[in-house]
Design a protein around this ligand. Structure first.
Ligand code: NDP
Length: 282
């Protein structure tokens, strides 16, 4: 039976340490979040982020806009937040409505306040092997989880399923920067199972139950990023946990694996941006 990569336990440990650091600050870090439209999951994610921030003493400001808001209005708000010294970190909750050019909006965030490492400047640094302002939250959380369990990616074959700008691409680049041999799969990949069976570490970020026992070799380390619902409406990931956990050496559950680590990374990133901005202003 696989060892569970317990994201909740690590979250509690890291956030307790972070709270002690924030308690010692006279001024508190501030995270600004932009939420557009009334997408229910986005609202839930934003509320969870706000709750986590406030429990640590991070100031969390949410700016809400209706789904038909003009792109320019959001960009104007971001420019105000960029100029506001009391705001350290800016996050635009994705997805944005279709009439809005998401890249243009994201690239209007100052790279120094880009808490999710989404701007072209920061992703460019990541791809060039240079440190960005902070690392993208979900891949960073996954690496923190692997580190906690002493799992070293150096020389390992890492297979990433999914190539989004948020998870798959930065994850593959961060694994490569840790000297893993990386294969990235997506919806056009032929014979996915043949490739996943060569993985020593399998990271799945798709959003449907896809990874079954016969796609994983014995001893594989399995990271499940996906969030979906099974046939009876229960929250689950991309991985068929019950069968795959019998062959994997380590496995992250859904819920309780990568999800808590993503929020933890967001809090750590907000604090790191705050510290960096304070250092620069000295
Ligand atoms: P996207 O929808 O942007 O990307 C999904 C990726 O999966 C795409 O690259 C797509 O390929 C690929 N894909 C789809 N179907 C298949 C298939 N049958 N075989 C192989 N690849 C396939 O999603 P995100 O990256 O934003 O998120 C992925 C999942 O992770 C979602 O469930 C999301 O909710 C979850 N998530 C969880 C987080 C957490 O903290 N736990 C954080 C962020 C996301 P193609 O590019 O060809 O379309």
């Amino acid at each position: 039976m696989a060892i569970i990569l317990d994201g909740k336990k690590l979250r509690d440990k890291l956030l307790e340490e972070l709270k002690l650091k924030i308690d010692r600050l006279s001024e508190k870090p501030c995270l600004a979040v932009i939420l557009v439209g009334d997408d229910t999951p986005s609202r839930i994610y934003v509320n969870n982020k706000k709750r986590a921030a406030e429990s640590l003493g991070i100031v969390s400001e949410v700016f809400e806009y209706p789904g038909n808001v003009a792109e320019e209005e959001i960009i104007k708000k971001i420019q105000e937040l960029n100029a506001d010294k009391s705001v350290n970190a800016i996050l635009v909750q994705l997805p944005l409505p279709e009439h809005i050019n998401s890249r243009r909006v994201i690239n209007s965030i100052s790279p120094e306040k880009d808490v999710d490492c989404f701007t072209d400047t920061n992703t460019g640094k990541l791809f060039a092997g240079q440190p960005p302002a902070v690392y993208p939250c979900t891949p960073k959380g996954i690496l923190l989880l692997l580190d906690e369990y002493g799992i070293d990616l150096d020389g390992k074959h890492v297979v990433v399923v999914g190539r989004s700008n948020i998870v798959g691409k930065p994850m593959s680049m961060m694994a490569l920067n840790r000297n893993a041999t990386v294969t990235v799969c997506h919806s056009h990949t032929k014979n996915l199972a043949k490739i996943t069976k060569t993985a020593e570490v399998l990271i799945s970020a798709v959003g449907e139950v896809l990874i079954k026992e016969d796609m994983v070799v014995k001893g594989c380390i399995v990271i499940d990023v996906g969030i979906s619902k099974n046939s009876v409406g229960k929250l689950c990931g991309d991985v068929d946990f019950n069968s795959v956990s019998k062959v994997a050496s380590y496995i992250s559950p859904v819920p309780g694996g990568v999800g808590p680590m993503t929020i933890t990374s967001l809090m750590l990133n907000t604090y790191d941006l705050y510290c960096e901005q304070k250092k620069r202003s000295l």
